[in-house]
Ligand binder design. Structure first.
Ligand code: NAD
Ligand code: MG
Length: 297
C-alpha cells in the first residue's frame, strides 16, 4: 500500500473511471466492489486524537462510516457500529479492525427505519461502551428514480425514515447521555445544495439533515456539546452501485469532479476525526464540504 500521506498529485492518487459495471442489490457490500474502496484499512495512521473516547457510528460497516470507525479506533476510541443484518460480512471486517487496535468494538445490526430499534441501539451502545462521547449519524438510503412518476410513496417513506426520522430518533435518544465536550457529526451531501433530478427524495433529506444539524447545534452548545455536518461529493462506496446511481453513472463515477475521479472513504476520515475531537473546540453548526471542487454554497 503506497503512503497516503506522501506529497503527490491528488488527482492520480486513487483509481479513476471508467470502472467495471457492478450492479448489486441494496444495501450494497463494500467487499463486492471493484476496485475495493480504501477505507483506511492499511492507510490510516492515528495519533491519539480520540484517546479513551466512546463513539457510535451508524452505517459503520462500509463506506464513509467504515472509514470514520477505523480512524476513530486508530485514534484511540472504542467504537460501536450500526448496520443492516444483510451487511454482517462487511461489519465483521470492521469489528476485527477495531479490535486489532486493542479497542472495544460493538456490533449493532438492525433497521434504523424502526423507531424502537433506534432507541435500543443507542441504549446498547451506551451500556456496552460505558457511555457515549462521539455520535456519527451517517446511515443513508439513496435509490435513484428517473422521474417523479416513478418515485412511489413507499420509496419516499423509506428514504425519509432512514435519512431523517432515524437522525431524530437516534439524536434524541443519545443527547441525555452526551457529556460536555461530546460531538455529534451528521453526513449530508452536496445533494443538499446541488440536487440531481433523479434524487428528489434523497436530496430533500440531505437538505433536511443540514438544517436539523444546524438547529441542533444551537441547542447542544448550551450543554457544551458540538454538532456539525459533513457534506461529501462523489465517494466510491457501495451506496452507488446498489441503486444509488444508474449503471452508466457508476462506470463514470467521479469523472466530472475537478479530480477526474471519486473520493475514497479514507479521504473523509480526517474530517470526522477533527470534528469528533477536542481540536474542533470552536467548530459548531458548520458544514464541511468535501466535494471534489463543486462547493456547498
Ligand atoms: P454505504 O452504503 O457504504 O453506507 C451506508 C450505510 O447506511 C450502509 O452501510 C448501511 O449500514 C446503512 N443503512 C442504510 N439503510 C439502513 C437501515 N434501514 N438501517 C440501518 N442501517 C442502514 O454508503 P456511503 O456512501 O458510505 O454512505 C454513508 C453516508 O454518506 C450516507 O448518509 C450517504 O447518503 C452519504 N453520502 C454518500 C456519498 C457518496 O458519494 N458515497 C455522497 C454524499 C453523501
Ligand atoms: Mg454497508
Amino acid at each position: 500500500m503506497p503512503n497516503r500521506l506522501k506529497m503527490q498529485d491528488p488527482r492520480s492518487q486513487y483509481p479513476k473511471p471508467p470502472f467495471p459495471e457492478q450492479p448489486q442489490a441494496a444495501p450494497g457490500l463494500a467487499r463486492k466492489m471493484d476496485p475495493r474502496p480504501d477505507h483506511g484499512e492499511e492507510s490510516y495512521r492515528g495519533s491519539g486524537k480520540l484517546d479513551g473516547r466512546k463513539a457510535l457510528v451508524t452505517g459503520g460497516d462500509s463506506g464513509i462510516g467504515r472509514a470514520a470507525a477505523i480512524a476513530f479506533a486508530r485514534e484511540g476510541a472504542d467504537v460501536a457500529i450500526s448496520y443492516l443484518p444483510e451487511e454482517e460480512a462487511d461489519a465483521k471486517e470492521v469489528i476485527a479492525l477495531i479490535e486489532v487496535e486493542g479497542r472495544k468494538a460493538v456490533a449493532l445490526p438492525g433497521d434504523v427505519k424502526e423507531e424502537a430499534w433506534c432507541r435500543e441501539l443507542v441504549q446498547k451502545a451506551v451500556s456496552e461502551l460505558g457511555g457515549l462521547d462521539v455520535l456519527v449519524i451517517n446511515a443513508g438510503r439513496q435509490q435513484y428514480r428517473d422521474n417523479i412518476e416513478e418515485l412511489s410513496t413507499a420509496d419516499f417513506d423509506k428514504t425519509m425514515k432512514t435519512n431523517l426520522y432515524a437522525l431524530h430518533w437516534i439524536a434524541q435518544a443519545a443527547v441525555p447521555h452526551l457529556p460536555p465536550g461530546a460531538s455529534v457529526v451528521t453526513t449530508a451531501s452536496i445533494q443538499a445544495y446541488k440536487p440531481s433530478p433523479i434524487l428528489l427524495d434523497y436530496a430533500t433529506t440531505k437538505a433536511g439533515i443540514v438544517a436539523y444539524t444546524k438547529a441542533l447545534a444551537k441547542q447542544l452548545i448550551e450543554k457544551g456539546i458540538r454538532a456539525n455536518v459533513v457534506a461529501p461529493g462523489p465517494f466510491w462506496t457501495a451506496l452507488q452501485p446498489s441503486g444509488g446511481q444508474p449503471d452508466e453513472k457508476v462506470e463514470n463515477f467521479g469523472k466530472d469532479s475537478d479530480f477526474g475521479r471519486p473520493g475514497q472513504p479514507v479521504e473523509l476520515a480526517p474530517i470526522y476525526v477533527l470534528l469528533a475531537s477536542q481540536e474542533a473546540s470552536f467548530i459548531n453548526g458548520e458544514v464541511f464540504g468535501v466535494t471534489g471542487g463543486k462547493g456547498v454554497a
